[in-house]
Design a protein around this ligand. Structure first.
Ligand code: WTA
Length: 652
């Protein structure tokens, strides 16, 4: 049985308002249930009807297949389609002059692209990539701040069938190197600077060293985000995007590649329980289908919406719900370069006011951070256009939910608490806002096509109210297809815990008496810090790579703003002394190896870690210590039980 944080199940319910329901796509629970049942019992019928809403070069032969033993699923096989075409070209006739992308810079400058304009720059960008020899199936890594060129660049890739892999700009150069090498990318697209809180921070300069260590790399395309910053360019390798894209031989139109449904669209690296981050591979047609449909129903999309998702495009949320999902629906999507508290704690609300945002999607960590500044920052902005709010990335505690609902949503906006993962490609468990009552802290029900269940260790379903492992029992269109160049890891990570092709998500959950899902968070060694995902083993390896560190164990502990924070226990080799200075050095070291977001919040030095007689670190005990508990549970199987009291006494 997984160890699950005990969450008191909220009793309160919030029904959608009548005028909201009236305009909703799905207006009642009955209607949801009917479609849901069809999607599970007759997926062919459900998905072929929905797939008619996309534009195909060639229709599929078979809606889906699932070879359980090979773990091979195919969606819309035989079909030919292009993601970029579906996000751009098909809207040109009806929405050519509608705003597709709004960009708000750190300093408050605004740039907007209509569908026509976006189509043109994407085509030109794609032609630049072609000119540099990029072909179907080649890989390009993006390491960029949140600037329009990132959205444009990935759309350019999918236009010509190049597989993109976006690396979050907050990762270290070492992390970037691992990903370029694993994906064997031929091109890296980066920026000379990123702008944060009014400051330009060099970007390309920080990665120049590792770029020269990547053998596969042929070209580096650089965006000039800051003209005043001197940037060294390596001859015959580095080129400026603004020069390349403006050459007169670059055409305004680029023919979209006719991709097979199952061709890979992108790779996105994400942390697991062991080893280096793995390259999650997403397909073309299934992925597009699923993000299109979830965006439409979960955000109950209306043509006049201005939609803002605050994620970074470096994460799956940005891929699916800043770029592909919204644009496939012809929506207006906003991307923001800065941070929601700069220059003042009302920055996010000012943006909502400025652009008349109607749908707002963010993470609980941001909600908690913004709530801390007090209601007045929200109240002085005009949020009257908001009609729907969303949450993603970690469990949302009921207090944060209620604040979000009352202060931001003025008691009138439903909140969609959406549970999903990099691997799932799109939203899996979620309210449909016009169709069901909400319970603060519950992600409600599975989306269409998602056969979710909660199992005991022995593979039997749990009873109502009983915690267990959340699993998906049938493939869905945007399921990851494999781990890049590592099919063994794909099988082991997701399909070995339970037999028979059951997808194991790594989260704990329970269902209440009404069937609502309550997600409890990770039950493996993955931690969600401010909604960013890390394997504790990654951070341990980083710590141990510091000279003089003998061993380390990293566990999560609850944190008011971040949800979970990292607590590291570290043993030192002889010759290195414990000190505050060393704590600071270790934190900087982790920052260098992985990125600033992975820095442990607390570091405790110890002479030994609690271990079983076979030498296994007892993380359960360390977790209890990090959580500040007095009772750390059973210690009888420890080889060194005396260490527990010492660790408790010296806890930081
Ligand atoms: C967690 C982010 C509770 C979960 C889209 C999952 C959530 C991990 C929720 C995936 C939610 C995401 N409620 N937990 N609404 N949404 N999670 O891959 O632990 O960055 O396994 O994808 O985030 O993180 P990832």
């Amino acid at each position: 049985m997984p160890v699950i944080d005990s969450v008191s199940v909220e009793k309160r319910k919030f029904s959608p308002k009548k005028n909201f329901v009236k305009k909703s796509h799905i207006k009642s629970f009955k209607e949801y249930k009917k479609l849901y049942n069809e999607s599970i019992n007759n997926p062919e019928k459900f998905w072929s009807r929905e797939a008619e809403n996309l534009d195909w070069f060639k229709k599929w032969n078979k809606v889906y297949s699932w070879k359980k033993t090979k773990l091979e699923t195919k969606w819309f096989d035989g079909g030919k389609i292009n993601i970029s075409y579906n996000c751009l070209d098909r809207h040109l006739k009806t929405r050519g002059n509608k705003t597709a992308l709004i960009w708000e810079s750190d300093k408050g400058r605004s740039k907007q692209f209509t569908y026509k304009q976006l189509h043109k720059v994407v085509c030109r960008f794609a032609n630049v990539l072609k000119k540099h020899g990029m072909k179907k199936g080649d890989r390009i890594v993006f390491y960029m701040p949140m600037i329009p060129e990132l959205a444009i660049g990935i759309l350019a890739c999918t236009r010509i069938g190049v597989i993109h892999s976006v690396v979050f700009g907050g990762f270290s150069s070492e992390s970037l190197k691992d990903r370029i090498q694993d994906s064997r990318a031929k091109i890296v697209i980066t920026s000379n600077a990123s702008i944060r809180k009014g400051q330009a921070i060099p970007m390309k300069k920080n990665i120049d060293k590792v770029l020269s260590e990547c053998k596969s790399l042929k070209k580096v395309i650089v965006v000039q985000r800051d003209k005043s910053l001197k940037t060294s360019m390596k001859k015959n390798r580095d080129v400026w995007l603004h020069e390349e894209i403006n050459y007169s031989d670059i055409n305004d139109f680029c023919k979209p590649a006719e991709m097979n449904s199952e061709d890979p669209a992108f790779i996105l690296y994400t942390s697991g329980t062991t080893g280096k981050p793995k390259g999650v591979v997403h397909s073309t047609a299934g992925y597009l289908m699923y993000v299109y449909l979830t965006f439409k129903y979960v955000f109950d999309y209306r043509e006049e919406d201005v939609y803002w998702c605050t994620a970074d495009i470096g994460w799956i949320t940005g891929h699916s719900y800043i770029v592909y999902g919204p644009l496939a629906n012809g929506a207006t999507s906003l991307m923001f370069e800065g941070v929601p508290t700069y220059p003042n704690p009302d920055r996010a609300w000012k943006i909502v006011e400025k652009y008349k945002v109607s749908v707002f999607y963010t993470a609980p960590t941001a909600i908690r951070a913004l709530a801390r500044f007090g209601d007045e920052w929200v109240n002085k902005c005009d949020l009257s256009n908001l009609r729907l709010l969303g949450s993603v990335g970690e469990p949302i505690n009921p207090e944060a939910w209620l604040w979000y609902h009352k202060v931001v949503g003025k008691n009138k906006c439903p909140i969609v608490d959406t549970w999903w993962q990099t691997e799932t490609g799109g939203i899996m468990i979620t309210p449909l806002p016009g169709a069901m009552d909400l319970k603060p802290g519950s992600a409600c029900f599975p989306f269409f096509g998602i056969k979710a269940n909660i199992l005991r260790e022995n593979g039997k379903p749990t009873k109502k109210g009983e915690g267990g492992y959340i699993v998906i029992e049938q493939p869905w269109p945007s399921m990851l297809r494999t781990v890049y160049r590592n099919p063994k890891r794909f099988r082991k990570t997701y399909f070995s815990k339970f037999k028979g092709g059951i997808y194991f998500a790594g989260d704990g959950a329970k269902r209440d008496k009404d069937g609502y899902f309550w997600i409890m968070g990770r039950i493996d060694d993955v931690v969600n810090v401010s909604g960013h995902r890390f394997g504790t083993s990654e951070i341990e390896s980083a710590l141990v790579s510091f000279k003089g560190v003998a061993e380390s164990a990293v566990v999560p502990f609850p944190h008011k703003i971040k949800g979970k924070a990292l607590y590291a226990f570290v043993t030192l080799k002889k010759g290195l002394n414990e000190s505050d200075e060393l704590v600071a050095k270790l934190r900087t070291h982790v920052s260098k190896v992985i990125g600033p977001i992975a820095k442990p919040d607390k570091i405790q030095f110890t002479d030994a870690l609690p271990k079983t007689r076979s030498g296994k670190i007892m993380r359960r005990i360390l977790k209890a210590i990090a959580e500040g508990l007095d009772d750390v549970g059973n210690t009888t199987t420890l080889a060194n039980p005396e260490i527990v009291e010492i660790l408790k006494k010296e806890r930081v």
